[in-house]
Write a protein that binds this ligand. Structure first.
Ligand code: ADP
Length: 645
C-alpha cells in the first residue's frame, strides 16, 4: 500500500530526521508535540502539527490512545515511532494495527521475541547463532544461579532478561560477591522493568561492541548494511560511533554480516533492525541483542552506504520490494558520529538545563548535524539530554577524525553546558586515533579525559572577552594598566591588563605576557588576532551574576568578572613595589619621575577623589620603574599607578 501521510510519534532530532525523508518522498507528515515542546523545531515542521497538551510523558508522547486517535483524525495511514518512546512497545504496535494503521517497524512478534533477552537467546540457539557462554534457564533459585555462575567461570555478568540501557546488569568477579550482586541486579530490574528475572553470561574481557544494520523489505528479502563500531560507551550508553570498524577484516566482517542476515531471515523480519554483537579479543563474536527499530547511530551507515534508512523503512512498511541486490551495497569512506549531550562532564555528567541562547554553526566546515533544537529553546529534564548528533564523513578514518575535530570546534551551543569538549578529548586521544578501543575505553581513560589545564593564552583571552562585554569603556587608555579579577572555572584568579587599545591588547598572567589584537566585536562575537592566527570568540551570559560562557576556537570555559580589586590582592598580583589607586579618581599631581630613587613613605603622586586629595606614598625603598599615568588622567579603583623596583 502506498503511504501518503505519516504521523511521527516522537520529538526532537529524530522527528525532524523522519520528516526530511518524507519530504524527499513527497509524503505528508503529522507531528506531535507536548506543550512544553511547542517552540522546538519539530513542533512546526510537519504539514500538520498537533499538540498533545501538557502533562507527564504518559499523558503526552506515550499517550497511545490519543496518538492513534490523532493519526485517524488527520488521515495518516502510518505511524513512525522513531527510537525510544513507543518504538519497541508491542502493546502500542498491536493497537496501531487494530486501528487499521501501519506501524513503521517490524511485526509485534519480532518485537516481543527480541525485547526479551531470554526468548531471543532461545531463538538464536535454534537458528544456530553463536551465544555468549551462559545460563538463561527458568530456574531462578540462588543455588542454581550460583552453581551456573561457577560453571561459566568468573567474571560473570548478571543481566535482567527484560533489560535495556544497562539497567539490572552487574559484573561479578568471584563467587563470594555473587549473592549480593544478584540481589541488587534483581532489585534494579524489578524497579525498572517490573520483572526481576535474570540470566548469566560469561563476562567477555575487553570486548568491542560491533553491530550490524539490517533492513528487510516488504517481500521477505533481507539485507545488511555492514557494521557500526560502538565501543566508546559510558555506563553502557554509546557516545561515539563509527563505520567501518578497524577491528574487522573482510572475512570477519562477512561472517558477522552473514550471521545478522541469517537472524533476520530466521525470524521473518520486516523493516530496519540492528544485531548487536560482542567481539572478543580473540575475534570470536557473540549475539548480544537485537534492536527492532532505527538506531540513534544510523547516520554513519547512511554516510558510507549512501542509502536512506528511513526511506527503506517506509518502503518495507508499504510492503514493497527493494530495487537493489545485496551486492549493490558497499562501504565507501569512513563516518563518525558523536552525540552532543546537555551534560557537564566536569561535574559528574550531571544533565544541564536552561535555555540554548544560540546554536552557532560554522558553515565552512562540512558535516551533518542532526539537531532537534534551535536558538532560544529550553532544555527540559523530562527528556533525553541528547541535543544533537554530529556526523562527519571522509575518505578514510584519519581524515574523518580530523574532520570531526574541526566539526566539534565549529558547533557551539551558546548558553548551555554540553559534552562538546569531552568529545574532543576522546577524538584527540591517542588510543582512539590508533583504533585501540574497547567498551572500557572511557572508564580506563577517565583520568586522561578529565578537563585539561588551560594554556595561559586561553585564560588571557577569556579575561579580555569577559571584560569587553562587561565594561563599555574598556578601550579608554585611562583604564590601564589594571588588575582584573575573575572567577574562572570555579577558581579566583587575577590578570594584569597592561594595554588595551585599538592597536592591541597586552595581558600579563603570572610571569607570562600575551599580546593580541581585537579585530572586531559584534554582539556576542569577537574576532581576535594572535600570532598570525585569527580566532573567533563567542560569549553568552549564563546567569544573573554575569557569568559568561566563552568559546574560543577549540575550548569552552566559564568566567565571571569580579567587581573590585582590593589593594591587598593587587599587591599580591603586582608584586611588592606596586602602588594602586585606592578608589576611582583623577591624577591631580605627579611628584616623582621615572628612574628617581625614593624611600618608603615618600609621596609619589596625588590622587583627587570625591573632592579630596589622597597622597599615594612609596611602599618601599627603591627606584621608580614606571609611572602609568599623567596628570589629569582618570583612573579606576585598583589600577596600578606606579611600580617601584
Ligand atoms: P542493554 O540491553 O542493557 O543495553 P546489552 O546486553 O545490550 O544491555 O549490553 C550493553 C553493553 O554491555 C554492551 O554494549 C557491552 O559493552 C556490555 N556487555 C554486555 N554483555 C557483555 C558480556 N557478556 N561481557 C562483557 N561486556 C558485555
Amino acid at each position: 500500500m502506498k503511504i501518503n501521510k505519516i504521523l511521527i510519534a516522537n520529538r526532537g532530532e529524530i522527528a525532524l530526521r523522519v520528516i526530511k525523508t518524507c519530504k524527499d518522498l513527497g509524503i505528508e507528515t503529522v507531528t506531535l508535540y507536548a506543550l512544553n515542546d511547542r517552540e522546538l523545531p519539530h513542533a512546526s515542521a510537519g504539514d500538520q502539527n498537533i499538540s498533545l497538551g501538557s502533562g507527564s510523558l504518559a499523558e503526552t508522547y506515550l499517550n497511545q490512545e490519543r496518538i492513534i486517535e490523532i493519526a485517524k483524525e488527520t488521515g495518516a495511514q502510518a505511524i513512525h515511532p522513531g527510537y525510544g518512546f513507543l518504538s519497541e512497545n508491542t502493546e502500542f504496535c498491536k493497537k496501531v494495527k487494530a486501528a487499521g494503521l501501519i506501524f513503521i517497524g517490524p511485526s509485534v512478534e519480532a518485537i516481543e521475541l527480541m525485547g526479551d533477552k531470554k526468548t531471543s537467546k532461545e531463538k538464536m540457539e535454534e537458528i544456530g547463532v553463536p551465544l555468549i557462554p551462559g545460563y538463561h534457564g527458568d530456574d531462578q533459585s540462588i543455588t542454581v544461579l550460583k552453581k551456573e555462575a561457577e560453571k561459566i567461570g568468573f567474571p560473570v555478568l548478571i543481566k535482567a532478561t527484560a533489560g535495556g540501557g544497562g539497567k539490572g546488569m552487574r559484573i561479578v568477579d568471584g563467587a563470594s560477591e555473587f549473592e549480593d550482586a544478584l540481589a541488587s541486579a534483581k532489585r534494579e530490574a524489578k524497579n525498572a522493568f517490573g520483572n526481576d528475572q535474570v540470566l548469566l553470561e560469561k563476562y567477555i574481557v575487553n570486548p568491542r561492541h560491533i553491530e550490524i544494520q539490517l533492513v528487510s523489505d516488504g517481500k521477505g528479502n533481507h539485507f545488511h548494511f555492514f557494521e557500526r563500531e560502538c565501543s566508546i560507551q559510558r555506563r553502557y550508553q554509546k557516545v561515539v560511533e563509527e563505520t567501518p570498524s578497524v577491528a574487522l577484516d573482510d572475512e570477519l566482517r562477512a561472517n558477522m554480516c552473514e550471521t545478522a542476515v541469517k537472524i533476520a531471515s530466521g525470524i521473518n523480519y520486516l523493516g530496519a533492525g540492528t544485531i548487536e554483537l560482542i567481539l572478543a579479543e580473540d575475534n570470536s563474536f557473540y549475539f548480544l541483542e537485537m534492536n527492532t527499530r532505527l538506531q540513534v547511530e544510523h547516520p554513519v551507515t547512511e554516510m558510507v552506504t549512501g542509502v536512506d534508512l528511513v526511506e527503506l523503512q517506509i518502503l518495507a512498511a508499504s510492503g514493497e520490494a527493494f530495487d537493489f541486490e545485496q551486492s549493490d551495497i558497499t562501504q565507501t569512506g569512513h563516518a563518525i558520529e558523536v552525540r552532543i549531550y546537555a551534560e557537564d562532564p566536569d561535574n559528574e555528567f550531571l544533565p544541564t538545563t536552561g535555555k540554548i541562547q544560540q546554536i552557532e554553526v560554522d558553515s565552512e566546515v562540512s558535516f551533518r548535524l542532526d539537531c532537534g533544537y534551535r536558538d532560544g529553546n529550553s532544555i527540559s529534564t523530562s527528556y533525553d539530554p541528547m541535543l544533537a548528533k554530529l556526523i562527519t564523513w571522509e575518505q578514510d578514518r584519519d581524515l574523518a577524525i580530523e574532520s570531526m575535530q574541526d566539526a566539534l570546534n565549529s558547533v557551539v551551543f551558546g548558553g548551555t553546558k554540553t559534552n562538546r569538549d569531552y568529545l574532543k578529548r576522546i577524538l584527540n586521544h591517542e588510543r582512539f586515533v590508533d583504533g585501540d578501543i574497547n567498551t572500557h575505553f572511557i572508564a580506563e581513560e577517565s583520568e586522561e579525559l578529565q578537563k585539561e589545564e588551560l594554556h595561559p593564552l586561553h585564560f588571557c583571552i577569556v579575561s579580555l572577552v569577559a571584560e569587553l562585554d562587561l565594561t563599555k569603556h574598556v578601550w579608554d587608555s585611562y583604564y590601564v594598566p589594571h588588575i582584573k579579577r575573575f572567577e574562572y572555572e570555579g577558581r579566583e584568579v587575577e590578570v594584569l591588563v597592561l594595554k588595551a587599545g585599538s592597536d592591541g591588547v597586552e595581558v600579563k598572567w603570572g610571569s607570562d605576557t600575551q599580546r593580541y589584537s581585537v579585530y572586531s566585536k559584534e554582539n556576542n562575537r569577537i574576532t581576535l588576532g594572535y600570532k598570525g592566527e585569527v580566532l573567533s570568540a563567542y560569549f553568552y551570559q549564563v546567569d544573573q551574576k554575569g557569568t559568561l560562557q566563552v568559546f574560543i576556537h577549540d575550548f569552552e570555559v566559564k568566567v565571571r568578572a569580579l567587581p573590585k580589586v582590593s589593594v591587598k590582592s593587587g599587591v599580591a598580583a603586582f608584586g611588592e613595589g606596586a602602588l594602586q589607586s585606592p578608589m576611582p579618581g583623577k591624577i591631580f599631581k605627579i611628584i616623582q619621575t621615572k628612574g628617581k630613587t625614593v624611600s618608603k613613605g615618600q609621596p609619589v603622586l596625588i590622587l583627587e577623589a570625591m573632592k579630596m586629595e589622597h597622597t599615594i606614598k612609596a611602599n618601599k625603598d627603591g627606584v621608580i620603574k614606571e609611572l602609568f599615568f599623567k596628570e589629569g588622567d582618570q583612573v579606576q579603583g585598583g589600577v596600578l599607578l606606579c611600580e617601584i623596583e
